[in-house]
Design a protein around this ligand. Sequence first.
Ligand SMILES: Nc1ncnc2c1ncn2[C@@H]1O[C@H](COP(=O)(O)OP(=O)(O)O)[C@@H](O)[C@H]1O
Ligand SMILES: [Mg+2]
Length: 343
Amino acid sequence: MPVDTPAPHAIEAHGLRKAFGKTQALDGVDLTVTRGMVYGLLGPNGAGKSTVVRVLATLLRPDSGTATVDGLDVVRDAKAVRTHIGLAGQYAAVDEYLTGRENLVMFGMLSGLTRGRAKARATDLLEQFDLVDAADRPSKGYSGGMRRRLDLAASLASRPPVLFLDEPTTGLDPRSRLTMWGVIQGLVHDGTTVLLTTQYLEEADRLAQRIAVIDRGRVIAEGTPAELKARVGGEGLEVAVVDPADLGAVRAIVAAHASDEVFVDAERRRVRAAVSDGARALAAVAGAIAEAGITTEDVGLHRPTLDEVFLALTGRPVTEDEASDDDGAASGDGEPGGPGGPT
Ligand SMILES: Nc1ncnc2c1ncn2[C@@H]1O[C@H](COP(=O)(O)OP(=O)(O)O)[C@@H](O)[C@H]1O
Ligand SMILES: [Mg+2]
């Protein structure tokens, strides 16, 4: 790979627009990703995350706007861009009849390594991604998590400086997701720049140094995870009561300690609000509730979910339309709230 004067940013996009028929998938996306970081692109289903990735990875031409990856224009220099990037995601690209090792050797050779180098690289990657034991079995028999790791390893065969991970953990069980998180964290140590798309605030929070929240083809917020969470009001306190008649009293107790508006979910018999000093508020609220003789099902703190981020940023909940469809794999594992989800 030629080492030119490095571009100032790993990724820059200005005013990207892309329509599919009547759907405006991208409606003017701007992004700046500094080298050597994990940058999170967070948004619900249908927000435009994959379209951004496909444009940046040269798989799709934007209708208008410009973007560079490693200083190369994604339209004019598309061919060169492809030698600077890796792409892995929800839909594994590996050949299931080949073993893990054979897949990695094949990807290495496809990206221009000699057979010898591709083999050496495969051995390293198998080790790095915890696939040594399964290396010589056909990948057909791999679990979902192993496949996702193999797919990620394959995208790294050529050591690309910029890596796109499109929902790398959607549909994985919590344990595989944790393993994947460890693997992704390891990548950044090697200096790789990662653009990671996700539907999980917790994932972006854990892995990314900066996050852009995308909604209906637009970046509606950008910042560090701490900045974004602060905009949502930080930690949330939630009380679930046994008797719906207690909701009003609990609301008043919570309101006395909340840093923002109090929400009452009558259907689920819950009261929740953002609090600034979580532990103190929790103790105070629990005490006041006990004193009032109210029986609760649960009193706890939770991190804001993507739904709450959305509500805070857009003033509307994630719509049915956005929250559903497109992704049979994710619903199968039954944990759209992410690991350790709502408490
Ligand atoms: N090839 C396509 N043809 C038609 N519509 C598409 C196509 N790709 C994406 N879309 C639509 O564009 C919008 C953004 O999709 P996408 O970028 O896949 O969102 P995300 O990855 O955030 O779920 C959605 O409304 C989706 O249905
Ligand atoms: Mg997508």
